[in-house]
Design a protein around this ligand. Structure first.
Ligand SMILES: Cc1cc2nc3c(=O)[nH]c(=O)nc-3n(C[C@H](O)[C@H](O)[C@H](O)COP(=O)(O)OP(=O)(O)OC[C@H]3O[C@@H](n4cnc5c(N)ncnc54)[C@H](O)[C@@H]3O)c2cc1C
Length: 381
């Protein structure tokens, strides 16, 4: 992949930010089961990391997509998945629709502070009874004068205990199915919107996750993003960007996991010789490393295609699916080759295995990716 000197300088800048400001705090944030998103995002916002491709009129950098890929790769080098996931929400899950479809007033009020790191954002789609089947959501927004009045609940919301606004997908008409949904910006301190529970998770500990309830929450109708009734379609576009995020950090983190495992195996002596001297072990690492290379090539080609302004729905679906499965495989083998050490909580591998497990579920499960792919490729009617 061809990068310019400017791309490389940007990579160095993000790497230094991650190494100095984020990585040293990871253990503390993992234990606390939350990281200080306002403090961290303010620093990232000051460096331009949160609005890389966004319009300079709202504080964005107006750069090409390769800068985004670089930033996600570098953030993905952190020794945890939770904080990178929250960055992903801020950069590529909660804000793309607002940037593409939002009114100038909405962008001024909500996008500018999100880019600056003054406001933390969440994306609120999943409900207790509707995850994979987005068309089954029931959270309802009804017009009353100039307001929407919102009732319902959203679950598994990343950064949900500390975000300032949500990009909410709600049902705004009786049409049912994929029709009659809208994306609405809801401020988290709006009366009637409660964090019903901070959820405890198997992994991604440094990221807070919430169950949110909406009880007659009033929001101006002017907070609707884009076209009323087109929320599902706009969210599907937003999911493509989310799935590209899920891919970019993965190759880097998988290669690091393999490299760190190889280092360990060079020193671990079993039956009088380093474990890495076993062909079985070395071939397995080489096999996984080769697959990571192929995955990276696919992710790079996807980034270049998106950069040319072409549709990457198929590529994003494939890389979300394959990357998640490969990361699980890499994590499992790395843990296996570390033996009992790999199973210890204070060692990096256990966290890596837990955090990467989400890849096959969050942002659409593997089966949802297969469903989308089967449709795109014409295998299903
Ligand atoms: C840590 C975490 C953070 C998250 N963050 C957010 C967030 O910020 N915002 C948000 O809106 N959501 C968020 N989610 C929700 C996530 O996107 C959903 O969990 C995911 O879409 C799957 O939905 P579900 O959990 O309801 O699973 P279900 O829909 O109940 O599906 C369960 C399982 O069934 C299988 N399955 C599903 N559909 C099919 C099918 N058609 N055919 C065959 N098998 C199928 C899959 O294996 C799937 O994992 C988060 C989830 C987690 C765990």
């Amino acid at each position: 992949m061809e990068f310019t000197a400017e791309h490389n300088a940007f990579r160095e800048m993000v790497r230094s930010f991650v190494d100095k400001e984020l990585t040293p705090h990871v253990d503390e944030w993992e234990k606390a089961e939350i990281f200080p998103a306002h403090e961290v995002f303010k620093k990232a916002g000051d460096l331009g990391i949160l609005g890389i491709e966004y319009d300079p009129a709202y504080g964005g950098m107006g750069q090409d997509h390769l800068y985004t890929m670089i930033a996600v790769e570098e953030i993905g080098r952190m020794p945890c998945g939770g904080v990178p996931m929250a960055f992903g929400v801020q950069m590529m899950m909660a804000t793309p629709s607002l940037h593409k479809h939002g009114s100038p007033e909405l962008k001024e009020k909500y996008l500018r502070p999100a880019i600056a790191g003054d406001m933390v954002t969440s994306i609120a789609v999943t409900e207790p009874d509707a995850g994979s089947d987005v068309a089954a959501i029931r959270t309802r927004a009804v017009k009353d004068g100039d307001d929407w009045v919102i009732n319902g609940s959203k679950v598994f919301i990343t950064s949900g205990t500390q975000s300032d606004w949500l990009c909410l997908l709600a049902r705004t008409s009786d049409e049912g199915g994929y029709r009659g949904m809208s994306q609405i910006i809801v401020e988290r301190n709006a009366p009637g919107l409660e964090v019903a529970k901070k959820l405890e998770k198997y992994g991604m500990h440094s990221s807070d996750t919430a169950l949110l309830t909406f009880d007659d929450v009033r929001v101006p109708i002017s907070n609707t993003i884009g076209v009323e009734g087109r929320g599902f379609q706009q969210q599907m576009e937003q999911f493509v960007v989310e799935r590209m995020f899920a891919s970019y950090g993965k190759a880097e983190s998988m290669q690091r996991a393999l490299d760190k495992t190889a280092e360990y195996l060079k020193q671990r002596i079993v039956k009088g010789r380093p474990l890495i001297a076993s062909d079985y072990v070395a071939y397995k690492l080489a096999d996984l490393s080769a697959q990571v290379d192929v995955f990276r090539a696919h992710a790079n080609a996807m980034a270049e295609k998106f950069n040319r302004g072409e549709d990457t729905t198929r590529e994003a679906t494939i890389s979300k699916l394959i990357g998640a499965r490969l990361a699980r495989d890499v994590g499992d083998w790395c843990l296996q080759f570390h033996g009992g050490m790999g199973y210890m909580e204070d060692f990096w591998v256990a966290r890596y295995v837990r955090d990467t497990r989400l890849g096959s579920i969050g942002g659409g499960s593997d089966e949802t990716m297969l469903q989308v792919l089967a449709r795109i490729d014409g295998f299903t009617p």
